[in-house]
Design a protein around this ligand. Structure first.
Ligand SMILES: [Zn+2]
Length: 128
């Protein structure tokens, strides 16, 4: 795929936090916490209207990606895609695809997997 991407990396020094991949081609403006919360609430309301039920934690992030946003969600070996073993997820802007590193299914990384999905959703909702 040759369109603009946003990707997240495992940090070499601190694996708790993702970092923007060096050479990333997207500048993102600062957005207040209040605006982010408002957009998240709007998205959940839209999803609830589509799904016909009230969303409670754990938030069905994968369903929201596919049903509310109409994006394709893929799990891939991003080491092969990027030639680097530290990419967590990527959003392909023009083709409307979110790719998550399938390695996050390993090592009890479910929380990191869901977080990465939600993080990519944030890019889509806040910066597209
Ligand atoms: Zn990001």
């Amino acid at each position: 795929m040759a369109d603009a991407i946003v990707s997240e990396s495992f940090s070499q020094n601190d694996r708790r936090y993702p970092q923007k991949k060096k050479g990333g081609n997207m500048k993102v403006p600062w957005i207040s916490k209040e605006r982010i919360a408002l957009k998240a609430t709007e998205l959940i309301k839209n999803f609830q209207a589509l799904a016909g039920y009230t969303v409670k934690p754990p938030i069905p992030v994968e369903d929201i990606i596919e049903r509310a946003l109409g994006l394709r969600l893929l799990y891939e070996d991003l080491e092969k895609v990027f030639g680097s073993n530290d990419v967590l997820g990527a959003t392909y802007v023009e083709s409307g695809v979110i790719c998550i590193n399938e390695r996050l299914f390993e090592h009890s990384s479910e929380g990191r997997l869901v977080f990465t999905c939600a993080h990519e959703v944030g890019h889509w909702v806040l910066h597209m």
